[in-house]
Design a protein around this ligand. Structure first.
Ligand code: FRU
Length: 488
């Protein structure tokens, strides 16, 4: 029997593996009431190795049931990242409503795309005998992480595959998930290119407040992200079923998140009520294998709902915690119209490691910084604050606890953000070693891991250089999610 809260770094309401190594979320699909979550998994070790697809299901995106490993490495190689779809009309011939996983077979000398299917709601899996279904073009080593979806226009439809191919995204189409035709390439000269592109996703979203829509292409890069090393960028534009064109210039770089620990995020296929829900790996390749957990390693972010809004800079991606996250709220305390002067800490009696803090600050040009110190203990604190002079939100984990496993870990992560009508609104989720900050209703997010001592549980509200007014602060205790052990 595994004790799921055996260590004080393990989060209580974020998803983590029962034991051993986890990286990217894979194969996210909703079917018959269940959200499926597969993930890059090494069942034999807490560092990366021969990749499998671990598996869990949830009715509400927060409470998870672990299932047995879904896909094992085979003669074609390891099972790298990919997606899953429901083949509603049996286009592949694997059975009506088969759940089909489209993934990368990673071989020592090449990467190729392959299929596996399940006819029992993802409980058992059969690899397609004709694997691999898509071999790399000559000489291309990095050719992976297929995201597949059904594209329909004027009553006719086909499958689209979005694939990371070295420093670009390649698009393929297929009538049956088996035969793939190359149709276009995007990105060689667009956005950030510090390392090869990985784990793409592509989806359409309405632009709030008008009757337009845009396509969003998200792409991971292993180094050069805004928080150092791994980061996720996105492009906004049009997709005509074959090719993606960006609305922005080649040199525009848009980041999904400004922390160090949000990577390889993917969205659910077929999610009910049309929401675009994403979940990312809360880690960074720079130090992923060195973080100080022992028997398990790797966490996924909270599920986030994506939207597009017009801002002064153009159309931008906004992210908010999925509504289900708020079901984890327990008891709360609230304060209204609180003035905080330098040296004050109105939260002196508050402690906690699994909290949500939802706050609206009324900004004042005299104040330099204001915000919170979390996980405060002997010599330890993590600062989440707004810098009024520089107009930026930041997370400073330089004294957060264990940091010496990676020299760059102490770097401060910041995101440009202007007050809206004189208000800075922050929604902060703390879950032992995980921090997710949503600024101004998800205009920017900063996601970071921290590794404090178990006893560091203090919470402080502070202002520096002047007084700040809190219009409303609510602090919720977050309830642990129920995670049930591996079935079978
Ligand atoms: C992204 C990634 C993917 C690859 C997987 C291997 O984090 O590098 O490109 O499929 O991890 O585990």
């Amino acid at each position: 029997m595994i004790d799921f809260n055996d260590q004080h770094f393990r989060p209580l309401y974020h998803f983590s593996p029962p034991a051993n190594w986890l990286n990217d979320p894979n194969g996210l699909v909703f079917y018959q009431g269940e959200y499926h979550l597969f993930y890059q998994y090494h069942p034999g070790s807490s560092v990366w190795g021969p990749m499998h697809w671990g598996h869990a299901v949830s009715l509400d995106l927060m409470n998870w049931k672990h299932l047995p490993v879904a896909l094992y490495p085979d003669e074609h190689g390891m099972i790298f990242s990919g997606s899953a779809v429901i083949d509603w009309e049996n286009s592949a011939g694997f059975g009506k409503e088969a759940m089909v996983a489209v993934f990368t077979h990673h071989h020592d000398h090449y990467e190729a795309q392959s299929l596996a299917y399940s006819n029992d709601c993802g409980r058992t899996w059969t690899k397609y005998t004709g694997n691999p279904v898509l071999l790399p073009p000559d000489g291309l080593c990095d050719f992976r992480d297929p995201k597949v979806f059904w594209y329909e226009e004027n009553g006719a439809g086909y499958w689209v595959m979005v694939l990371a191919a070295h420093h670009a995204i390649r698009f393929y189409t297929s009538p049956n998930l088996i035969d793939w035709t190359p149709v276009s390439t995007f990105g060689e000269h667009y956005g950030a290119h510090n390392s090869v592109w990985e784990t793409p996703d592509l989806f359409r979203l309405p632009v709030e407040g008008c009757d337009q829509s845009r396509w969003v292409l998200t792409v991971g890069i292993g180094s050069g992200g805004p928080g150092g090393a791994s980061g996720m960028q996105y492009f906004i534009g049009q997709f005509d079923g074959k090719a993606f064109t960006s609305d922005n210039s080649e040199s525009t770089v848009l980041w999904v998140d400004f922390g160090a620990d949000y990577y390889a995020a993917q969205s659910w296929s077929d999610s009910p009520d049309g929401r675009r829900l994403m979940i990312g790996w809360l880690n960074n390749w720079q130090y992923a294998q060195l973080i100080p957990t022992t028997t398990w390693r790797g966490v996924l972010s909270l599920p986030r709902e994506m939207s597009l809004r017009r801002t002064a800079d153009g159309i931008r991606l906004f992210q908010q915690p999925a509504a289900e996250v708020l079901n984890q709220r327990g008891a709360h305390i609230e304060w209204t119209d609180l003035n905080v002067s330098p040296g004050d800490n109105p939260l002196v009696n508050l402690h906690g490691c699994a909290l949500e803090l939802d706050v609206a600050f009324i900004v004042n040009p005299q104040v330099e910084y204001f915000g919170f110190r979390l996980r405060v203990g002997a010599g330890e604190q993590t600062i989440i604050a707004y810098d009024m002079r520089e107009q930026k939100l930041f997370v400073d984990r330089s004294h957060s606890g264990q940091t010496d496993f990676e020299p760059g870990f102490t770097r401060v992560h910041f995101a440009k953000m202007r007050p809206v009508d004189g208000i800075v609104h922050l929604q902060i989720f703390l879950d032992w070693s995980c921090i997710e900050v949503f600024g101004n209703d998800g205009e920017v997010t900063i996601t970071d891991t921290i590794f404090p001592a178990e006893a560091s549980q203090g919470v402080e509200l502070f202002a520096q250089g002047g007084e700040v007014q809190v219009r409303l602060l609510k602090v919720y205790e977050m309830k642990p999610a129920s995670i049930t052990a591996v079935e079978g």
